[in-house]
Design a protein around this ligand. Structure first.
Ligand code: UGA
Length: 438
């Protein structure tokens, strides 16, 4: 099949493009940033993501993937057009649809001249009703054609986790595939792309698919905040939350693999944004989502608990050298969006600490936020060698090696991700962690 991806140079778009080309389709990755387009055409991924560069290079060498600015040409040649543009948060938490608007208008303009039937697939995360009430009317207005007659429409949410996005796309057995369809013909066309994937496929309405995406992310975010509140209580009561977690998971109704790891909260481009957007959408129709409002509040408080723990040792923190291990919002990515490292570093700066940060991938992106306001070490050892205390902020596996901390100048470790086992540290260390008894 010939497929266009609008927003094809971004994280979800490029992953979708490279994976569909890997499956043998001819894919046009449509973007606006010429620098990114050139990079992709040279086989260089624009984001750090495991395996993405490999499948990208292979697709390009087989002539199956083209990054381009020319949306007209790409869209005219495609029978399926994915919209993968960003839907960032606005001030009030609702989503900003400006990129969706531009993409829909571009599609409408192209459809005006296009003779063959094609299907537009919204993959961007949009609140329920957006495809029907916003995308379709814009395309119809610009193209003077009718959805369900001249062209098809689907909503196909993405369930990609950063760090394992390529695997999640190609092997979606654990996540399943959701196809929201305007009508059977639209759904049948998109189904052809996924029919040989080893996964359950749910076919539903456009609104149903939009809601499933928000319900899933909100559910997981709510679990994390629940885990964090229980862990905070455990710490005060002298109970190790990690044992409580194991005990909870023994109940098959709670189960393993749930998002019950306690720590400094959730970041990234999805959970914070999606929970806020769902709350805002619910408010607009007079519904209060109290559980999710609390979910966000707990998430604001969690990172600052690390600073409170630090204050037990330094009164004041001013002038003390603190290592921050990890800047990315989680391991396996260079993404800094909503990373919990941001409020932590801002709080340390307010306290006038001397900050030595290290992240194996996210230094460049962190510099976009903090500039040269903090010191970036080239290795974890270098950050630690300077530091009187260390804050573990991201769960990179290399930070779980207890020997690493022998490089520390000081002995205070505050573990925001529970990746160290204090039993493996020498007794000279002082270990503090969320959910670990005081
Ligand atoms: C999340 C979902 O897991 C994906 O299914 C979804 O497709 C994606 O959002 C999206 O909407 O595109 P992602 O944001 O990449 O994926 O990362 P997660 O692995 O879900 O982690 C999110 C945050 O929660 C991280 O900051 C992580 O450290 C934190 N987390 C996760 C916890 O604090 N505790 C946990 O038990 C799990």
């Amino acid at each position: 099949m010939k497929i266009s991806i609008i927003g094809g140079t971004g994280y979800v778009g490029l992953t979708t493009a490279a994976c569909l080309a890997f499956k043998g389709h001819t894919v046009y990755s449509v973007g606006r940033n010429i620098e990114k387009i050139n990079k992709i055409n040279n086989g260089i991924a624009t984001v750090y993501e495991e395996c993405l560069s490999d499948i990208l290079r292979s697709a390009i060498s087989k002539g199956l993937l083209f990054a381009t600015e020319d949306h007209q040409k790409a869209l005219m040649n495609s029978s399926i057009i994915f919209i993968c543009v960003g839907t960032p948060s606005k001030e009030d938490g609702s989503i900003d649809l400006s990129q969706i608007k531009t993409a829909s208008e571009q599609i409408g303009e192209s459809l005006k001249k296009k003779k063959d039937y094609c299907v537009i697939v919204v993959k961007s995360t949009v609140v329920p009703g957006t495809t029907e009430e916003f995308v379709i009317p814009l395309i119809e207005e610009k193209s003077k054609k009718e959805a369900g007659v001249d062209f098809g429409v689907c909503m196909n949410p993405e369930f990609l986790r950063e760090g394992s996005a390529v695997k999640d796309f190609l092997y979606p057995k654990e996540q399943g595939i959701v196809i929201g369809e305007l009508d059977k013909r639209s759904g049948d066309s998109l189904f052809k792309i996924y029919e040989d994937f080893d996964a359950k496929i749910l076919r539903t309405t456009l609104r149903g698919a939009e809601m499933i995406k928000y319900a899933r992310n909100s559910y997981l975010a709510k679990d994390i905040s629940f885990a964090n509140e229980i862990a905070n209580l455990c710490r005060k009561l002298g109970v190790d939350y990690n044992e409580v977690k194991i005990g909870m998971e023994m109940d098959s109704r709670i189960g393993r693999g749930r998002f019950l790891n306690a720590g400094i909260g959730f970041g990234g481009s999805c959970f914070p944004k999606d929970v806020k957007a769902l709350i805002a959408k619910a408010k607009s129709v007079g519904v209060e989502l109290g559980v999710l409002e609390r979910t966000l509040l707990v998430n604001e408080i969690q990172p600052l608990l690390m600073i409170n723990m630090l204050k037990e040792f330094f009164k004041p923190i001013k002038g003390h050298k603190i290592a921050v291990l990890g800047l990315a919002f989680k391991k396996g990515t260079d993404d800094m969006r909503e990373s919990r490292s941001i409020p932590i570093i801002r709080a340390l700066q307010k306290e006038e600490a001397l900050i030595y940060a290290f992240d194996p991938q996210a230094t460049a992106r962190s510099k976009e936020i903090f500039g040269d306001e903090i010191y970036y070490a080239l290795t974890a050892e270098e950050a630690l060698a300077n530091a009187e205390a260390c804050l573990i902020v991201t769960d990179w596996p290399q930070f779980s090696n207890p020997k690493l901390y022998n490089h520390m100048k000081g002995r205070i470790i505050i573990d925001g991700r529970r990746i160290l086992d204090p039993e493996n540290l020498s007794s000279s260390f002082v270990y503090r962690a969320i959910g670990f008894p005081e």
